[in-house]
Design a protein around this ligand. Structure first.
Ligand code: SAH
Length: 408
């Protein structure tokens, strides 16, 4: 099994497990999850990658020119803005690696100056390459300090002559003094300015800045697990919270009555709407909101199944409390940070949700990160089925719910 003796590992710092056999990496991750989450229920065996190399479909590449007129490209050294020269990243898609090297050569022949963060002088700040693994479409994003890119048409022509797989090239204008990679303005200089990829037979739009899982092969495994856990029959109302570009909700929509999707990032929501249209999905509603704010200040109605896929910081006690009040029979929690997952499963447990399944999925080989999909079910008390009768009183400012009867 792959060990990937990456020559840049000590300086780059992107991979914690370089030099460790892949099977051993999986064992380390399994032990970590078993130790952390085993008190909720016994975690399933981690689903590893068939091929743990060259899996990342997104690369952010840094360039700089040296005094002798040569150019280097690579990544920032850990915790610094010094560039480590990298000719090939062993976990990045091969097309992306090759394109990064071609751009390095073209910068020299087109005499394009790289941006200097200290002086603010120069044009090219970063390059992002995004690959639709299943469609073969490729987007190159040239992040520039100024929208005027000399000889841009010839640059694109030379780039595409070497890489006909590139379907779009975008100038992203980032003229701010910032450590954020992308600026707000995108100018397509070739193609449509976005690409599509497919997951489980559905099309998903990827535009500059929009979130898309970096390992599409394992993302399919993850989403399939999540949707299988939901056990949808076609009659359910489903909530997809922290929904990004709508992926999980859109995949679930075919097996549910309707889907409510909530996401904070405006561009992600725009892409999610485009994704619903591209796939002809009509039974989904999108809300752009903070998930906690949405849950605590909107009358949502009956929800049968909740999918939630929060960022590393996890969810909030208020969100979990609001979910529990909706009494969905199942919650499917997808997490990229087992520590915050543990915290949140603990809160769910106090609200009467038992963790029934814990499925780790390795999406990030050679790094310490691990994704986990959990199935939680609402506990039903067996000897005294809980009966609650509510009345709803309108007071002009929404409804107040009060419990007026509960059987013992
Ligand atoms: N389910 C999606 C996205 C998961 S990533 C997928 O699998 O592709 C987590 C998402 O949560 C991101 O899209 C991020 O923008 C969103 N997010 C972060 N904080 C949020 C908040 N407070 N409320 C709603 N969404 C939030």
């Amino acid at each position: 099994m792959a060990k990937a003796g990456c020559p840049y590992a000590s300086k780059c710092g992107g991979c914690d497990y370089q030099g460790i056999d892949y099977i051993e990496q999986l064992r380390i991750k399994q032990d970590h999850i078993d130790g952390l989450l085993g008190s909720f229920c016994k975690p399933q065996k981690i689903i590893g990658m068939k091929d743990p190399l060259y899996y990342r479909c997104k690369a952010t590449v840094e360039y700089t020119h040296l005094k002798d007129g040569s150019y280097i490209s690579g990544v920032y050294e850990k915790n610094s803005h010094r560039i480590v020269k990298v000719d090939e990243c062993l976990i990045t898609d091969k097309h992306a690696n090759d394109i990064a090297m071609t751009i390095r050569a073209l910068l020299k022949s087109f005499k394009i100056k790289t941006y200097n963060e200290d002086t603010g002088y120069g044009l090219l700040r970063h390059v992002q390459i995004r690959v639709g693994k299943n469609t073969g479409e490729v987007m190159v994003i040239l992040v520039v300090a100024d929208p005027i890119f000399p000889s841009k048409n010839n640059f694109v022509k030379a780039l595409r002559a070497r890489h006909p797989e590139i379907t779009t090239v975008v100038l992203n204008v980032n003229d701010k003094h910032t450590t954020m990679v992308l600026g707000e303005r995108n100018i397509p200089i070739y193609g449509k300015g976005f690409i599509f990829d497919t997951l489980l037979g559905m099309k998903f739009k990827i535009s500059p800045g929009s979130f898309y899982q970096v390992n599409p092969v394992q993302t399919e495994v993850l989403y399939k697990t999540a949707v299988d856990y939901a056990g949808l029959t076609g009659n359910e109302t489903v909530l997809d919270a922290y929904s990004g570009t709508g992926t999980i909700g859109l995949i679930a929509a075919g097996s549910a009555r309707d889907v409510i999707s909530v996401e904070l990032n405006e561009n992600a929501v725009k892409d999610a709407i485009a994704n619903a249209k591209a796939n002809g999905v009509g039974n989904i509603r999108f809300y752009r909101a903070d998930a906690t704010e949405f849950m605590t200040s909107h009358e949502i109605g009956k929800v049968d199944v909740v999918f939630m896929d929060p960022p590393r910081t996890g969810s909030t006690p208020e969100f979990i409390d609001a979910v529990a009040k909706l009494k969905p029979s199942k919650v499917i929690y997808v997490s990229c940070d087992p520590e915050t997952l543990k915290r949140d499963l603990g809160i769910f447990a106090k609200k009467g949700y038992k963790t029934r399944r814990i499925q780790p999925v390795d999406m990030f080989g050679f790094t310490k990160h691990v994704e986990v999909c959990c199935l939680l079910e609402q506990l039903k008390s067996t000897n005294s089925p809980e009966k609650e009768v509510y009345y709803e009183s309108g007071n002009g400012q929404g409804f107040q719910r009060k419990c007026i009867y509960r059987s013992q």
